[in-house]
Design a protein around this ligand. Sequence first.
Ligand code: M6R
Length: 613
Amino acid sequence: MCGIVGYIGNNAVDEILLSGLKSLEYRGYDSAGIALNDNQGIDVFRAKGKLQNLTEVIKAKHISNRQVSQGIGHIRWATHGEASIENAHPHLSNDGKLVLVHNGIIENYKELKDELIKQGYHFFSQTDTETIVHLIDREYKRVSSLEQAVIRAISMLKGAFALCIMHHDEADKIIAVRKNAPLIIGVGKNENFIASDIPALIGKTQAIIHLEDNELAIVKKDSVVVKSFDGKILNKPVETVNIAQDAISKQGYKHFMIKEINEQPQIVRKMISTHMSSPQQSIRFENIDIEELIENIDKIEIIACGTSLHAAQVAQYMIEDLCNINVTVEAASEYICKKHLTNNKTLSIGISQSGETADTITAIKQAKEKGAKILILTNRPDSSIVRYAKYVLPLNAGIEVSVAATKSYTAQLTALCLLSLAMAEKQKNTNPEQLLPIKQELLMLPTKIEEVIYSSTTIKKCAEKYNGYKNFFYLARGINIATAQEGALKLKEISYINANSYAAGELKHGPIALLDNNMPILALLPQHSKTFEKMLSNCEEARARHAHLIAMTNSEINKKELFDDTINVPEISEFLSPLLFSVPLQLFAYYFADSLNLDIDQPRNLAKSVTVE
Ligand code: M6R
């Protein structure tokens, strides 16, 4: 949800900013812009749409021979105001001396804007951000110090903001500010960097300072001073991060999404071996004492959004099945609108790939305030959500660049499966022998995922056959309802197809009215499920309404007259089937979108981390 960068030093500022923004493009691509500060003044370059458009604007201006030593940049996911050049950041003060970029939302911008207009400020955009520029500018004119002006202005702001601010009269510094939106400082030699996320710093520096909420940094070429919003100097540790350049390169794959799908067997294999040395041994998590985790707990609630919410739904089945604990699942954006019976006997589990999803952070904060124990599953253990957690389960799936989540989902499911087994092992009434077959089968999962990936030609052909349809149904029952939802979400996100998932038994209660020969159905049919026969009956009902049917199954169903196409999946138990069936669904969506030549890694209107509520 918007990405910001800053650089101060002697190297090519425009190139550093552009390469930083390139690595943050997953955060938004409605517009891009940079501002450069040198002794001639501040120059702003902005373009609507993707970063490439900005690169062309900059190329046309031949700026490379200027002596610039500082700059800031932004890529936008539009909130206030459409995607346009006027609304693109950076935003300038009326006298052209102050410039800033912003990630977040200013909730009280309307009142502040009205006040500033009355005081004579002119606004040129519809953004909430422009209010911050004029507010700081007003304070600067009162106190003649950028740092003091920033501190005064931010005390008047409500909402979320990560900011990089430059002033022409104080061209020795960039001020970076953080409140409820991520921001890090990259420490170099005679140069320093600012960024929303680590990928923007890969190849530039490994030394990083994480800003916390309510902190600001005065970043100069040869120093970084971090202060609290009340002006106190803080002694912040400089951490070393070790992320290889190829973690954010496609490595020969056409898209990040297919690269990330292919990484899944390895991620799952590593996760299983990290926590389970053999099926006979208990499952262990570093820094999580499972006994302590479930001690005095009478309820578990799982909170997440999007794909992570689907992982939560699968976990609900797993935990209830193995542990006999009542589990509720809630979309984070809904959790915060409801009265909850969360208390100190609740274990609240937050799931977030990015750890920066605003809805999930707010919900988890509320659960914590009500006394719940907090466990967070995240792919980014350095992210904002972690600070509310007593326990953290890292997903270790590596940086996920594609906006459509794939490998993080499979990592979430694997972690949740291991967690449910570990909790079951600690239950007094569980016989460990009952869990053994699941643990043994889990060891085979990476190879089965590999088999699915090797058979992707069939899936590709099937996806291409159906790519002319504008609507799709996904049907499943039980633990795989969430799998169907996730499959439909993948198709929706990257193909813009109206794909909807239903609990197959619900079809006859309404959605069946939509069926005709223009509505293909993808039915998930894990053979060993309690509801396999019922699923087949639901497919018959759909067939009778002339719907085209694709079976995704590990069974040898010989029903040529019922199914138009079959996607075969290796043998798997119902309990583990969500971990396997999600992979052919990802491939189906990928090849569907690819055959339509769509922008798979950066689908329209979306961003990877949704840092606004
Ligand atoms: O980073 P998070 O897991 O909290 O993100 C939640 C959703 O925004 C995310 O899963 C989204 O639905 C993805 N685009 C799905 O592919």
